[in-house]
Design a protein. Sequence first.
Length: 315
Amino acid sequence: MSVTSDKKLWLFGDSFIAEQPQGASTEILQKQWFHRVGMLLHSDIYNTGVNGSSLEYLITQLIQYKDLMNPGDYAIFTVTEPQRKWFIEERPDWGNLFMYGGYQEYPVKKVVQAIDDYKYHLANKAGHLSLYYGAIGLINHICLYHKIKYCILPSFSPPITVEYAEFDKFDLAFRDNKTQDDIDHKVKEIPAMGQMLDVWGNLTQISTEEFGDGDENGDAKDVWQDIMQNKWRGCDQRMNHMTEVNHEFLAKKVYNCLVMGHGVDLTTGFHKSVINKDNFRDINPDNIYNHEYCMKDIDEEVAYKKKYNTKFKLF
């Protein structure tokens, strides 16, 4: 890549911004939306993104690298869902606690049990909301302090409401004879990205609407779920959960945000209804994206299971 600018492009976030596996060709890498942005800016890229990582990991990386960021540098953040947690230090990619084959593979069973207990008994909306907007506040603060030109993209629909429904455990809230219905503890009308940036929509919407009829309220989600679970076996065969054409469109929108201060509309201008049950095999032909688990692996696994089940079928 020919680079003429001394301004760096810093990347923080989850699988929407993480690099492809090692070994992917330069031709393929240059199609990723953030590499397109880097080429438009003529900037070197410093990517800290990790598949499956949490907001805690993003925050830690931002704090670690903030003093290396210079005025005029650029930064892009994909802000993931706050339900993720970074419990295993050496495995930030296990942040999605509901991902198959994640933290459950950790060899210390007491740690696995502790995470299970947190996931099913301690995780709560108040904590999620605090983490999410705390992360956005820190991003705004650090980028403004260091004079960084930045763009925040929500990976998922931002959480905006939390309800406290456990006051029956305590008497303090009812000393004035108020009933629970009289007390409003809902957090309302929090702007998704604060006052610094205008962003509409989220990256998951772009990703999901590439399937089926292209309508989240139609069959897009159902087709996405069927192909993702049954055809791709949980391994998205796209780059960063989007087809190549939408990488191009997203890059242009983010570039306009970084350079001209434009708002980012993630709800319009993207290709929809491009993946279906007839063409899902064509998304990553011959594993050009160098995924660790591609259609060839899936086909071999399915064939093996059929052979195994036939051989050992009980009558």
